[in-house]
Design a protein around this ligand. Structure first.
Ligand code: NAI
Ligand code: MG
Length: 395
């Protein structure tokens, strides 16, 4: 029997192209695992009215470890239109299966490393005051709270009477009191002290392990006083348990401005769900973009690892596939770390680092050529060839 069982969920579009590549790499480094395929995504929605089928939930509940590719997600109205005709009018509501998965299994620690590889032509560079450029080494990991905040899903257009009454009890609601229900949309930003404590603790533990001297809490407590306020308050409480590590506080708007000034100063950033999503994409842009952005959704019992990118439908039908498998392979390396296979994870990252540094093998995104069938003839390698180059380094 294999030591580990991994539920593989390629999902939609390019998820089906990149996930198998990560399995080739896991095999090459001798990861002792059995893989069980599970369905997730758009076809499941269209045919069953549920993008996260029960069998997938059962498999994850049982085996507790998942690798996920990407899914296609659409707003509920567009989703309804694509539902199989027999399922129309039966009350099915579309929810993003990855958001549902995080909430169902309490995968609340969303860890998103954005760490530059030397020699990546997509790395951030900065103009020096005295002329010329420098390339600061970016090594940032965003700890995004994964289950609450504005993704909690507690929202209404035309809120019911009792909700409206509750809103009316708040003095600040006076200026909205005469807005007709159908003209009014409300999304609740929920933060619980316990979840805030967990994400802050995960971030400080990581900072301690990596030897970083500070952790940044990035919110907006001067305006969003209750929820950002609680995040910041809890960050201070948690920081008190880590005397050698400073707590810095930034506002989300200023943080994004500093992204172009001194991004190398931020090694660990904690943020709530939506701000964390924005921050992690922003930092990913400094280290190569979506082709390099890996993530883990980690709960106490269950963990699912996935590239940050989506299903990129415009590339999904290309043969050979052209998208960069590195984000997916780095996600698999995070999974190795999670199951105490650190040395194997390190080998994978070293092999990727070698390929990137040599610069002989690059997918289209790394060459800054337009993506499409033509990118191969412009010198880009295919998805499979990029993996081949990484495998070559591992042999
Ligand atoms: P996307 O991430 O799928 O693609 C945006 C663009 O980024 C692509 O067109 C491509 O130019 C580039 N890109 C993405 N992955 C790449 C890779 N591995 N290598 C090279 N280039 C890459 O985002 P988009 O187009 O906004 O959304 C497409 C679908 O994916 C939507 O239905 C969206 O809801 C869904 N989505 C799903 C996510 C998930 O599964 N976790 C996350 C983000 C979007
Ligand atoms: Mg995102």
């Amino acid at each position: 029997m294999a030591k580990h069982t991994v539920i593989t969920m390629p999902g939609d579009g390019i998820g089906n192209q990149v996930l198998p590549e990560s399995l080739r790499v896991l095999k090459e480094v001798g990861f002792d695992a059995e893989y069980i395929h599970a369905d997730i995504g758009w076809d499941c929605w269209c045919n069953q009215g549920n993008a996260l089928p029960d069998r997938t939930i059962e498999l994850l509940t049982k085996h507790k470890l998942g690798l996920f590719g990407a899914i296609t997600s659409k707003p509920n109205k567009a989703a309804q239109a694509e539902l199989k005709s027999e399922l129309h009018g039966k009350g099915y509501i579309y929810y993003s299966p990855i958001v549902s998965m995080r909430q169902k299994f309490n995968l609340d620690i969303c860890m998103r490393p954005c760490i530059a590889f030397n020699g990546n032509p997509l790395n951030y560079i900065r103009k020096k005051a005295g002329g010329g450029f420098d390339e600061p080494h970016i090594d940032t990991t965003v700890f995004r709270q994964g289950t609450e905040g504005l993704y909690a899903g507690i929202e209404w257009t035309n809120p019911p009477e009792n909700v409206r009454a509750a809103l009316n009890s708040h003095p600040k609601f006076k200026s909205f009191a005469s807005v007709p229900g159908p003209e009014l949309a409300v999304s609740c930003r929920i933060i619980t002290r316990n979840a805030a404590k967990r994400i802050c603790t995960a971030a400080f533990e990581y900072a301690k392990k990596r030897g970083f001297k500070g952790v940044t809490i990035c919110e907006k407590p001067n305006v969003v006083r209750e929820t950002s306020g609680m995040m910041e308050e809890v960050a201070k409480e948690v920081a008190a348990n880590y005397p050698g590590i400073a707590l810095w506080s930034t506002n989300i708007d200023a943080q994004l401005m500093w992204l172009n000034k001194n991004p190398e100063d931020y090694n660990v950033i904690i943020s709530s769900n939506l701000f964390g999503d924005i921050l992690s994409d922003a930092f990913a842009g400094l280290v190569g973009g979506l082709g390099f952005a890996a993530s883990g959704n980690i709960g106490d019992e269950i963990a699912v690892f996935e590239p940050t990118h989506g299903s990129a439908p415009k590339y999904a039908e290309l043969n050979p596939p052209i998208v960069n498998p590195i984000a997916m392979i780095l996600s698999a390396a995070m999974m190795l770390d999670h199951v105490n296979e650190g040395p194997r994870a390190a080998r994978v990252r070293k092999a990727i680092a070698d390929v990137v540094r040599e610069g002989k093998v690059r997918t289209y995104d790394m060459m800054r050529v337009p993506g499409g069938a033509k990118s191969i003839s412009q010198g880009a390698v295919s998805t499979v060839e990029m993996t081949d180059a990484i495998l070559e380094k591992l042999r």
